[in-house]
Design a protein around this ligand. Structure first.
Ligand code: 5GP
Ligand code: ZN
Length: 115
């Protein structure tokens, strides 16, 4: 765990968050500043800073993150209406927390291309 990482601290229960799901490897919680009616952040428990830091051995973990997002979308009632999954990466990607995370956004129509 990176003790200076806000998402590591949420995963460890050191910072409160509205958890929607957690298991051995993955934690999901409601975004503190939601950008859509449903806005859940899905993270690996293990600290990986960004997509740039992924390694081949992380492939199964990424699959678990996507499967968690799929289940949450169903539970939130947005599976049929649709949703957007976003992984902001680096400065130009708009990443503000350096612990890899998947945004699950739904409950409203999303435009394309993104801003
Ligand atoms: P990024 O901008 O890195 O793609 O996404 C980081 C997200 O984490 C933002 O949407 C931001 O609102 C959310 N966030 C930052 N700090 C906290 C926090 O302490 N608790 C929760 N629940 N969300 C946070
Ligand atoms: Zn972290």
């Amino acid at each position: 765990m990176a003790s200076d990482c806000i998402f590591c601290r949420i995963a460890a229960g050191e910072i409160p968050a509205k958890l929607v799901r957690e298991d051995e490897n993955v934690v999901a919680f409601r975004d503190i500043d939601p950008k859509a009616p449903t806005h859940v952040v899905v993270i690996p428990r293990r600290h990986i800073a960004s997509v740039n830091d992924l390694e081949p051995g992380d492939a199964a973990l990424l699959g678990e993150i996507f499967l968690a997002a799929k289940e949450i979308a169903r539970e939130e009632g947005i599976a049929a209406s649709g949703y957007r999954l976003v992984v902001n990466t680096g400065r130009d990607g708009g990443q503000s927390v350096d612990h890899i995370h998947l945004h699950l956004l739904g409950g409203r129509r999303h435009s394309w291309p993104p801003g």
